[in-house]
Design a protein around this ligand. Structure first.
Ligand SMILES: [Fe+2]
Ligand SMILES: [Fe+2]
Length: 215
């Protein structure tokens, strides 16, 4: 299901759930019942899969192995398109403002990290044009070092807090606003590609077979 479809669906689903008096967080799991927060958590899944590819590329470069730079560049482009240009803007415009009073310090740090992350993605994209492997490894490692705890903090603290803070009606309103803003940000772009893109990049680096990722 495309990102827009997921968020469009959650608007209808959220309305239906609230309409029959069942809390939004009682929605069943699965693609057919994505809530506003579940859509954001799915984005983090895309982000984590790309960060694993960053890890793998950095590890190989540190071992002087060959790494296809076009794959690393495509990873950074996916983060820009899916996470920085859409997901983070949704957080900054619609999620964080609802927590300024109760979690002001935390959302301040998270906002600053979004800015730092965009700078690191700029660096990765610029380094595709030819620079030392050391610089590229530094940027990849810096990004993942910051963003894993960033996404984990959002999943475990920020998203539960916003759901609790706004209540069922506010959660429905948040879902409607996330859906509308997603449509505005995506425009005519097809976001259905995100998962397929990540799977293709995993194949390109030879780490697509989950069964092989065991000790
Ligand atoms: Fe974030
Ligand atoms: Fe996030």
């Amino acid at each position: 299901m495309a990102m827009e479809d997921r968020r469009s669906f959650l608007v209808a689903t959220g309305a239906a759930i609230v309409g029959v008096g069942i809390s939004a967080d009682a929605a069943p799991r699965g693609r057919a019942a994505v809530t506003p927060i579940e859509a954001l958590v799915c984005d983090h899944g895309i982000l984590r899969r790309v960060m694993y590819l960053y890890d793998e590329a950095a590890r190989r470069m540190e071992g002087n192995e060959d790494v296809a730079m076009d794959v690393v560049g495509a990873c950074a482009a996916t983060i820009r398109r899916v996470i920085e240009d859409v997901h983070e803007r949704l957080e900054e415009e619609l999620v964080f403002p609802r927590l300024e009073r109760t979690h002001g310090e935390l959302v301040g740090v998270l906002r600053r990290q979004h800015g730092v992350g965009r700078g690191l993605t700029d660096q990765v994209l610029a380094l595709m044009k030819g620079a030392s492997a050391d610089h590229l490894v530094f940027s990849l490692r810096a990004f993942t070092r910051m963003y894993r705890p960033h996404a984990d903090r959002e999943d475990t603290v920020v998203f539960p807090a916003v759901r609790d803070a706004v209540g069922p009606a506010g959660y429905r309103e948040l879902g409607e606003q996330l859906g509308e803003r997603t449509r505005q940000l995506l425009g005519s772009r097809d976001e259905d590609r995100a998962l397929e893109d990540v799977a293709r990049l995993e194949r390109a680096l030879g780490v697509d077979d989950l069964a092989k990722l065991m000790v």
